[in-house]
Write a protein that binds this ligand. Structure first.
Ligand code: NAD
Length: 264
């Protein structure tokens, strides 16, 4: 299937690793002019070179910006004034007991996970409406619906993204612009790997045993009963970013391995 993404300009935030990296690579493989982002210039440059080499796409570039710093986001916007596709992927998460989450941590998660997408959309969305063309995709999470007890602040931020996404979609009425949210379930990433490895070391269990216990005890409703790969999530995102998805708007699309125990 041709996703018709050739030369479309796509900004993917937080894309030097994990789900963002897989999305950026797939869009580049489909011919899009992808702009990568991470916090450190040297990491961004390294991943730009890697994706260029792996996909043969020379239109891949990158901008370093830390989404916990408003002025760096403004600098990114100045460097990338217009895009056809905005993927609000950047997001941070850490397991913390509710009583131990400080005010600062609540605000940091809101700043990085929610305001990142708000600030970028505030700039790019009116331009998309003006051109009558564009795609905005928020990478939310099943945690926005199944609020995890071990990171309530993260659940809050992922629900907030759904609200912003749906609100913006309503503002596209009658245009060819779409705004959707994609909700991954547990997905294999550096952060998850680090957390599971630490648990394996503490308990003396193997990584496989810790993964199995995670699904049995913490995510029993998962139908997949394993972590998805970042590539499995990226496939959905690339389709939604493409012109082929023109009748999908204002949706919360689950790539959650069936973890959310409801039909809609
Ligand atoms: P990850 O930790 O593997 O990758 C994070 C990427 O974001 C890296 O490129 C990192 O450099 C960048 N980054 C982190 N903080 C940044 C900041 N302040 N400014 C700029 N870049 C920053 O993350 P992931 O697991 O791939 O998650 C990506 C998105 O998917 C997040 O929004 C997350 O909430 C969501 N998600 C992840 C999972 C999962 O299980 N991995 C499940 C559901 C949703």
């Amino acid at each position: 299937m041709d996703l018709q993404l050739t030369h479309k300009k796509a900004l993917v935030t937080g894309s030097t690793a994990g789900i963002g990296y897989a999305i950026a690579k797939l869009l580049a493989a489909e011919g899009a002019a992808v702009i990568l982002n991470g916090r450190k210039q040297e990491d961004v440059a390294e991943v730009v070179a890697k994706i260029r080499q792996e996909t043969g796409n020379d239109e891949v570039s990158g901008v370093a910006a830390d989404f916990s710093k408003k002025e760096e986001v403004e600098r990114l916007i100045a460097q990338v004034p217009e895009v056809d596709i905005l993927i609000n992927n950047v997001g941070i998460y850490e397991q913390v007991a509710f009583e131990d989450i400080s005010d600062e941590e609540w605000f940091t998660l809101f700043e990085v996970n929610v305001m990142s997408g708000v600030r970028l959309a505030r700039h790019y969305f009116p331009k998309m409406l003006h051109k009558n063309e564009g795609r905005i995709i928020f990478i939310s999470s099943e945690s926005g619906l199944n609020i995890p007890t071990e990171m309530v602040h993260y659940g809050m931020s992922k629900t907030a993204q759904l609200s912003v996404s749906r609100g913006l979609a309503r503002l596209t009425k009658g245009t060819k612009v779409t705004v959707n949210a994609v909700l991954p379930g547990p997905t294999w990433s550096r952060a998850n790997e680090n957390a599971l490895q630490a648990q394996a070391q503490q308990s003396g269990k193997s990584l496989d045993e810790v993964e199995q216990a995670f699904f049995e005890e913490r995510r029993p409703t998962s139908l997949l009963q394993r972590f998805a790969s970042a590539e499995e999530v990226a496939a959905m995102v690339a389709y939604v970013a493409s012109p082929l998805s023109s009748a999908t708007n204002g949706a919360a699309l689950r790539v959650d391995g069936g973890i959310v125990n409801s039909i809609i």
